[in-house]
Design a protein around this ligand. Structure first.
Ligand code: AP5
Ligand code: MG
Length: 219
């Protein structure tokens, strides 16, 4: 079995982080979220964090060359040598081409769902300020109120989950991601998956798609 490199794409709030975490556990390959990397840099007030924080707050795409080199540097680390589940990257055609040049993904799973579902999910999301794990106040509550089950840190509503910012993020997704999805479609690597079901049902569909492409590790 070769190196398994999977990209999970989809609108903001489509469940990329949720599915990437499930898939990472199931397939035993590490999960890398560009949004989490940026939020951690902002929290730690690094020079890079300061450079990107306004963009992230507004839901915009920041300095793409800089962001691309930071993410590619992460992938270069030993941990990702056997592959990765990448969530939130690539977001632009520039990023997709750079990723192909260095660590060409085997496939891109596209989570599909209508905007209404996103507008009903995102106001209910809680995100861990330390490890990025996601919850929601409807069906996936933490054991201890306001605290992450995994690391015990504080759970918050993300600053970019305000209604207007979600609208802006959706608009940017439509503009910037269309060429990225075309890029994967043209190279026969795009696998759309209906993301309106339960997380477990979606995971099953993703695994089925991987099996049909003979991409699952016999672990
Ligand atoms: P990023 O963090 O990637 O945000 P996003 O793409 O907007 O996606 P989200 O994390 O909001 O949603 P998700 O798809 O992960 O859904 P989740 O699993 O949490 O990026 C944030 C910002 O960083 C960008 O706006 C940009 O500024 C910057 N950035 C990031 N990457 C960049 C890049 N490559 N280049 C430049 N800038 C970049 O699920 C959402 C909610 O729904 C949760 O509450 C969850 O519990 C619930 N849920 C999930 N699945 C289900 C289900 N099946 N049924 C019911 N509820 C569900
Ligand atoms: Mg996410």
């Amino acid at each position: 079995m070769g190196v398994m490199r999977i990209v999970i794409a989809g609108k903001p709030g489509s469940g990329k982080g949720t599915q990437a975490a499930l898939l990472s556990d199931r397939m035993n390959i590490p999960h890398l979220s560009s949004g989490e990397i940026l939020r951690a840099e902002i929290r730690n007030a690094t020079a890079f964090g300061k450079e990107v924080q306004e963009y992230v707050r507004r839901g915009e795409i920041g300095p793409e060359r800089l962001i691309t080199s930071v993410i590619l540097e992460f992938i270069e680390r030993k941990k990702y040598g056997k592959g990765f589940v990448l969530d939130g990257f690539p977001r632009t055609i520039y990023q997709a081409r750079e990723l192909d040049r260095r660590f060409s993904p085997s496939l891109c799973i596209l989570l599909t769902l209508p905007d209404e579902t996103i507008f009903s999910r995102l106001p209910n999301r809680l995100t861990c300020t330390a490890c990025g794990r996601v919850y929601n106040v409807r069906e996936l509550l933490p054991e201890r109120e306001g605290r992450c089950d995994g690391c015990g840190s504080e759970l918050v509503h993300r600053i970019d989950d305000r209604h207007e910012t979600v609208e802006r993020r959706l608009e940017i997704f439509r503009e910037e991601s269309a060429p990225v999805l075309d890029h994967y479609r043209r190279s026969n690597r795009l696998v759309p998956v209906d993301a309106t079901h339960s997380p477990d049902a979606i995971l099953r569909d993703i695994i089925k798609a991987l099996e049909s492409l003979e991409l699952t590790n016999p672990v």
